[in-house]
Write a protein that binds this ligand. Structure first.
Ligand SMILES: CSC[C@H]1O[C@H](OP(=O)(O)O)[C@H](O)[C@@H]1O
Length: 364
């Protein structure tokens, strides 16, 4: 569990009415500013600007967004629609919204009781996220111990997958943090992750707070690190995992998977089962969020790096095929390889599932 001074996200009930408080991730690492969100348009804007970001915490934010709409008397169904559409790739957002709406409807679909039910479901999801982070960290560390006996390994990670994408410790970064705390992390290579620099700004900030041995590099330097034998494993998160095991994650992840395969390095994805979308049959069916071109052509508003009018290609995510994934670490066990039907099985396990000794590798 990571102890952020300002929590990633929290619900509060001041006299003037319920609010959602968010650590504004666009201001990190230089400022820790807490945003106060009082309505759904405000939350949608925070999600779309990546003030709050990362699949698991988007699910929790979406659920609290429904609770906020219900508590403040807004149209809950309209709120659910606008929240679920705020970012199309991260499946957890729609999942969290759907859970809160289902609780709201089951409690009558109107009035205080229904609003209380939506809030209770958001709080339940919040607690689950904290628990899931801890389980994934332990199972992921166990897997790395099996894959890389002897410990003291060098991990490469992409984007940010720590406490900032969770209300707990996070996903892939939580595994690296657990390894560090156990004295098993020799180096964490941190891809800066253009264009929004989640790695250089956020992962580096989390690693520094934790006292981890980390190094930031431009995304394009990853290949030379593999070639130099400096990477023992890649650990990344996910935004949506299709039924065939294809993984949508931050743009640049697919290239790392190809490099890892070429260099015989394990490529490990860490994500809760809530990020698995068995309703999406394959990676090609995952809708990839296309973001504004100015994020590529400008370093900051009004600070161009490309000629004015330059065209830009700016997908927020790419898709890694299942055959390039060494293992998927979930809070209910490890699936390896992901394309042998183990995905549906691990999703069917109860939350209380205890992996067998070791890390519960599914195996072929
Ligand atoms: C485990 S969720 C973190 C996941 O979310 C990031 O995307 P974004 O920063 O656009 O929300 C990235 O894909 C991370 O792997």
């Amino acid at each position: 569990m990571a102890d952020l001074r300002v929590p990633t996200l929290r619900w509060a009930e001041p006299p003037e009415g319920p609010v959602l408080l968010l650590l504004d991730q666009t201001r990190l690492p230089s400022e820790e500013v807490e945003l106060t969100v009082t309505d759904v348009p405000g939350l949608v804007a925070a999600i779309q600007s990546l003030a709050v970001r990362g699949a698991p915490v988007l699910g929790v934010a979406g659920a609290y967004g429904v609770a906020l709409a219900a508590a403040r008397g807004f149209d809950v169904r309209e709120a659910a629609r606008s929240l679920a559409e705020a970012r199309p790739t991260a499946v957890n957002l729609g999942y969290g919204v759907a859970r809160a709406v289902a609780a709201y409807e089951a409690a009558g679909g109107a009035g205080e009781a229904a609003a209380a039910a939506a809030l209770a479901e958001a709080r339940a999801l919040h607690r689950e996220e904290v628990e899931d982070s801890e389980r994934m960290a332990a199972l992921g560390r166990g897997l790395l111990g099996e894959l890389l006996p002897g410990g003291r390994y060098r991990l490469l990670t992409h984007c940010n997958t720590g406490a900032l994408v969770s209300v707990g410790g996070g996903t892939a970064f939580a595994v690296a943090r657990a390894a560090h705390r156990a004295g098993e992390l020799r180096r964490l290579w941190v891809d800066e992750t253009r264009p929004l620099l989640q790695g250089a700004r956020l992962t580096a900030w989390e690693a520094a707070r934790e006292g981890m041995p980390y190094t930031v590099q431009v995304d394009g330097a990853a290949g030379s690190l593999f070639a130099a034998g400096e990477v023992d494993a890649v650990v990344v998160g996910a935004d949506r995992i299709a039924a065939d095991g294809a993984v949508a994650n931050k743009i640049g992840t697919y290239g790392l998977a190809v490099l890892a395969r070429h260099h015989g390095v394990p490529f490990v994805v860490v994500a809760p089962v809530s990020t698995v979308d068995l309703g999406t049959p394959e990676g090609a069916a995952i809708r990839i969020e296309q973001r504004p071109g100015h994020e590529v052509t400008e370093l900051a508003p009004g600070v161009p790096v490309a000629p004015v009018g330059a065209q830009a290609y700016n997908p927020a995510f790419d898709v890694t095929p299942p055959e390039l994934v060494t293992a998927l670490v979930t809070e209910r066990g490890v699936v390896a390889p992901v394309d042998h039907g183990g995905l549906a099985e691990v999703c069917s396990r109860s939350r209380s599932y205890e992996a067998p000794s070791g890390n519960g590798m599914m195996g072929p």
